[in-house]
Ligand binder design. Structure first.
Ligand SMILES: N[C@@H](CCC(=O)N[C@@H](CS)C(=O)NCC(=O)O)C(=O)O
Length: 215
């Protein structure tokens, strides 16, 4: 009693669900990992489409509640486990900025990165959800450059979201070289949670590749 996991994470290695996996490790409460082999298409099978009809990870289940979308999942989990100290409380003056930077990830950064990765022209300035790439990124850089974390001295769930995302964005060569970004990313990638999850993800990805490789 009390230590039974209530939260289930639907995870595929080396994908956007890796950030949620790291967040759960930071939180330190019990949880259950259900791993999907996306290389084998498990995310598009009927069983998983009942969890997320879009066939995307991450998704979590907490009791009967299903939560999809990284932004919602990060806000939810950090509030659900306040003892981890990863979310400023509702009346804290940092609460608004905390929500702002988490939402900025989903509403501005993700669409901008996808446009950039596909070498697509953004929509016209007035229509594009992020305006244009350089000012979208500079706005973030100005914030993280104040350091050490997005909201100052204390690590929050927003830093796990951003640290992990900026790390893969740099590795895919989607960002200009920038010391503020790489110093910020290093603060997250040196954490035990990041190192442990990355090692597990490497193992899982190799098992998944072997499972779909003939012979
Ligand atoms: N809007 C979703 C996007 C999640 C997403 O794009 N997940 C990718 C993993 S990186 C996925 O599940 N891809 C599998 C597929 O579409 O087949 C979120 O922010 O959580």
């Amino acid at each position: 009693m009390g230590t039974e996991p209530t939260v289930v994470l639907f995870h595929a290695p080396q994908t956007r669900s890796t950030g949620t996996y790291i967040l759960l490790e930071e939180i330190g409460a019990p949880y259950e990992l259900r791993v999907l082999n996306t290389q084998a298409g498990e995310q598009r099978q009927a069983e998983y489409l009942k969890i997320n009809p879009l066939g995307k990870v991450p998704a979590i289940k907490d009791g009967d509640a299903i939560i999809t979308e990284q932004v919602a999942i990060f806000i939810y989990l950090a509030d659900r486990f306040p003892q981890a100290g990863l979310a400023p409380p509702i009346n804290d003056p940092r609460r608004g900025p905390y929500l702002r930077w988490i939402a900025y990830y989903g509403s501005c950064y993700e669409p901008a990165l996808v446009d950039r990765a596909l070498k697509r022209e953004p929509a016209p300035l007035k229509t594009s959800p992020y305006g244009e790439f350089d000012s979208m990124l500079q706005t973030l850089v100005d914030q993280i450059a104040k350091g050490p974390y997005l909201l100052g001295d204390t690590l929050t769930a927003a830093d796990i979201l951003w640290g992990v995302a900026l790390n893969w964005s740099m590795r895919f060569g989607l960002l200009p070289k920038n010391a503020a970004i790489s110093n910020y990313v290093a603060r997250i990638t040196k954490r035990k949670s990041f190192i442990d999850v990355s090692a597990h993800d490497t193992q899982l990805a190799a098992q998944h590749a072997a499972a779909v490789t003939p012979g």
